[in-house]
Design a protein around this ligand. Structure first.
Ligand code: DAH
Length: 348
């Protein structure tokens, strides 16, 4: 084989290889072409290389140089074809994953629990009437839950069957409680009135607070009872406070929460920590509902926190938050609040 023949063979090999690689439509076709041209055992490049031995000695350097160039060209053509197929594959895959005709993914937005929303709203209304929020513990001692509120030891409200007493007791504080060295019994507070005492112990009048939070009573759950519920307590202490002030505040509160068409009425009642005491009802959309207890703070309560009942007087009230929220939204079963069913919760 002379040099021109060898070079011509290389030329056609290069052209054919690029054409085959360029035409390969998928990975299998490209692989077949690779074996045909670049195969290590029987590839056509390999067999052409054998022709190099037949070239005249003085022509070998030129023939070898060209052979190496053609080898690089063919390899480059193969790599280019490989890259072309890869990018086509990726685009096809992307196209399969993104279908612009499908509806978009729906994003679910969380929301506040209806009781939390009600609490925020009640705080807001009461803030406009000048009441600031105050907090107290949910685990209470008998002194704050009963005694300081003028509920004596033999009062039926202290019955262990009507309260969640805890088996653990707090350490005895000197002068407080009735349990001697065994420590003071603790219970889950049964009313937010406890916060009245805690605030008055720490502050001098005038006092104008509300306290919203959980209270606990061992009631069997039904449509109107639940062993845990929420109350809003209100307390105002100042000079010359009267029941007319109490009624005005409750009426303004009720109309702010439900609307101008609400009427508020008082029925005589009894609570150990108020004298006189009333049951407050509101009339809205043709129905009366009881929304809580209220009254003028009993002088004994004022004395328990070191206030002088000859100088200061005040009123207090305690309302059920679930009940208010149920009335406003037409909810008929208190248990709905605590089932955690999003079909219910997402309506608020
Ligand atoms: N603590 C009472 C209850 O849970 C409600 C109540 C009545 C609170 C009269 C008061 C009040 O502050 O003055 O039933």
């Amino acid at each position: 084989m002379n040099l021109p023949q060898f070079l011509a063979e290389l030329e056609s090999l290069s052209t054919e290889a690029s054409a085959s690689f360029g035409a390969a439509a998928d990975a299998a076709a490209l692989e077949a072409a690779r074996i045909e041209f670049l195969g290590a055992a029987n590839g056509r490049l390999k067999s052409t290389q054998k022709g190099l031995g037949a070239v005249a000695k003085e022509d070998k350097p030129a023939a070898g140089k060209r052979f190496n160039q053609v080898k690089s060209e063919i390899e480059a053509a193969f790599v280019a074809a490989q890259e072309r197929l890869n990018s086509v594959g990726a685009t096809k895959k992307e196209a399969r994953q993104f279908d612009p005709t499908l509806p978009g993914d729906r994003l679910w937005l969380g929301r506040l629990h209806p009781i939390t929303q009600t609490i925020e709203e009640l705080k807001d209304i009461m803030a406009r009437l000048g009441f600031s929020p105050a907090d107290g513990p949910e685990i209470e001692d008998e002194y704050h839950n009963f005694e300081a509120l003028n509920i004596p030891a033999e009062h039926p409200a202290r019955d262990p069957l009507d309260n969640f007493y805890l088996s653990a007791a707090a350490k005895q504080e000197p002068g407080v409680g009735r349990q001697g060295s065994a420590g003071r019994p603790l219970l889950l507070r049964s009313q937010t009135s406890t916060v009245q005492i805690r605030v008055m112990e720490k502050t001098q009048p005038p006092v104008r607070i509300i306290s919203l939070g959980r209270v606990y009573r061992p009631d069997a759950a039904d449509a109107t009872h639940y062993p845990m519920f929420h109350q809003m307590e209100g307390l105002l202490i100042d000079r010359q406070v009267t029941m007319a002030d109490l009624k005005s505040v409750l009426r303004m509160f009720a109309t702010s929460y439900l609307g101008e068409d609400v009427h508020v009425r008082f029925r005589p009642s009894f609570f150990p920590f108020t004298e006189p005491s009333v049951e407050a009802d509101m009339h809205w959309h043709d129905r009366w509902i009881e929304f809580g207890g209220a009254g003028m703070v009993d002088p004994n309560v004022l004395r328990a926190v070191g206030y002088d009942p000859e100088v200061f007087s005040g009123f207090a009230f305690g309302l059920g938050i679930e009940r208010l929220c149920m009335r406003r939204h037409g909810i008929t079963d208190i248990r709905e609040f605590y089932r955690n069913d999003v079909r219910f919760l997402s309506q608020f």
